[in-house]
Design a protein around this ligand. Structure first.
Ligand code: ZN
Length: 233
């Protein structure tokens, strides 16, 4: 694949985006990261980002020279206009819409639009995001069609040829661990296991076999089930 223009990775500090960062570092010559602060309950995920980035490239010296800057975009306005279990203290449950109330309407559309605006300014062609249809949480903005439609809209609206990459789109959480293993071996798996954060309620005190988290929220359940499948294979 062409490394033309470099890659911008949407990096939240979770397992998926950490694996996407490794994927991008493996195939592009220059890689930058972007994160979004939208008042999420699991704000701790933003705090693990810097250390996680540093540990990932320390373990893979060939990646160190590729990794460029990181920036955090303040999207507090998204939290202000959303009334969801990810941005307020309400219990995580299914909403009347049939979607989990952790769904933040428009979140990935906004993230990718902001990422494209940054990529435009930075001269980067490739935008990498960890959205996935396989462990489908019911989030319509994670669908392959949504991302493909957005790529068309961004390229038309900004007169560019951005490529939106979704390396995790068709794999489950166990395969995401296997991908990390392929990209960086056991060292990378261990860095992501202990250094990334997925738990929706932001629990960073309990370290389980599969990483930190409350062990009960949907994100923890998905992560622990994927880990179990991964290590028992
Ligand atoms: Zn949790």
């Amino acid at each position: 694949m062409s490394a033309e223009g470099g890659a911008l990775v949407l990096f939240s500090g979770g397992q998926d985006s950490a694996t996407c960062l490794a994927w991008a570092l493996d195939r592009f010559d220059t890689v930058e990261t972007i994160g979004f602060d939208y008042g999420q309950r699991h704000h701790v995920e933003l705090e693990v980002r810097e250390q996680l980035r540093a540990e990932m490239v320390k373990a893979q010296p060939k990646w160190e020279r590729k990794l460029g800057g990181d920036q955090m975009i303040d999207l507090a306005v998204l939290g202000q206009i959303s009334d969801t279990a990810l941005t307020s203290g309400v219990e995580i449950a299914m909403a009347a819409s049939g979607l989990p109330n952790t769904f933040v309407p428009g979140r990935n559309l906004l993230f990718l639009t902001f990422a494209a605006a940054v990529a435009y300014r930075r001269g980067m062609k490739h935008i990498v995001t960890g959205v996935c249809e396989t462990d489908y949480s019911g989030y319509p903005d994670c669908r392959d069609d949504t991302i493909k439609a957005l790529q068309v809209a961004l390229n038309l609206g900004m007169e560019q040829r951005f490529a939106l990459h979704t390396p995790l789109m068709w794999i489950d959480k166990a395969a995401t661990w296997r991908l990390a293993d392929t990209l960086g071996g056991q060292a990378l798996v261990e860095i992501i296991r202990t250094g990334s954060h997925t738990c929706y309620v932001g629990d960073r005190t309990n370290l389980h076999e599969w990483g930190y988290g409350c062990g009960e929220c949907p994100a923890c359940e998905l992560r622990s089930a994927g880990w179990e499948t991964f290590i028992s294979a």
